[in-house]
Design a protein around this ligand. Structure first.
Ligand code: MG
Length: 253
């Protein structure tokens, strides 16, 4: 008897709960039923001159290397600070990286190749932007310069061919706008979610929410050692690339 009563109550409760789901899913008949008013998105204003969003962290504004260190030995950056608000790779002084670590970000960075660099293949103004110190978005001058397409400008190095080559002319400024979500790992260090990356090159979509397979290795397959927040790194390719950067800012997502 007790069992019958309990089952009966359970059935009534399940019926009631199904009814409420059915009610919630009923087609709205009035405009306000599908309006959401809270929470309000935060207000972000964009500077009319610099175009930098109000909540961005400026990593390089042309005046100093305060936000950066040498990746070689964590000492002062030895790259060249130019009068025009840019910096240039100082050959063989090593990569540079942000002092601060980042997770999910929106990154704006401008770069240009050098007309004086007459190399070919991977040696024509090669640099790169490494998200979390390990995932490279390739910087390369591919104007009149063939290379393997998964290593060309805008590639996720040796992993993802860009959807287009949207390069500026040699010596003109390029813009990368990057949206990056970091990978996730479980407590045993196994990857449970891949990092994703979207890249706009001069406003053209060249990487569309690509799932990064692991580290962007020069030789070998991608690796997936667990990691947390990490710096943004800029590459000194070591072959007199003369690549310059300017106007670097980031928004944490
Ligand atoms: Mg590179």
């Amino acid at each position: 008897m007790k069992k019958i009563i309990t089952t009966g109550i359970l059935s009534i409760l399940m019926f009631a709960s199904n009814q409420s789901i059915a009610l919630a899913q009923e087609e709205p008949t009035k405009p306000h039923e599908t309006e959401i008013w809270q929470p309000k998105p935060k207000v972000v204003t964009v500077d009319s001159e610099t175009k930098i969003p109000s909540d961005a962290i400026v990593l390089f504004d042309g005046t100093n290397f305060d936000k950066w260190i040498s990746s070689v030995d964590s000492t002062q950056v030895k790259w060249i600070l130019n009068d025009d608000g840019s910096m240039t790779v100082n050959n063989r002084t090593g990569d540079i990286q942000t002092k601060r670590n980042f997770g999910n970000i929106q990154l704006h960075i401008e770069w240009r190749s050098s007309p004086e660099n007459t190399g070919s293949n991977q040696s024509k103004s090669n640099s790169g932007i490494f998200l979390q110190n390990r995932y490279e978005v390739q910087v390369l001058d591919n104007n009149d310069n063939e290379t393997y397409v998964n290593g060309q400008v805008g590639s996720i190095y040796k992993q993802s061919i860009p959807l287009a080559n949207a390069s500026s002319k040699t010596g003109d400024w390029n813009v990368y706008d990057i949206i990056y979500h970091q990978p996730e790992f479980d407590s045993e260090g196994n990857k449970t979610k891949s990092a994703t990356i979207t890249v706009l090159h001069n406003g053209v979509l060249i990487q569309d929410n690509y799932e990064i397979k692991g580290t962007t290795e020069y030789i070998g397959w991608p690796k997936n050692m667990a990691h947390g927040d990490a710096p943004i790194k800029l590459q000194d390719h070591g072959d007199n690339s003369r690549v310059s950067y300017r106007n670097v800012w980031v928004r944490e997502l």
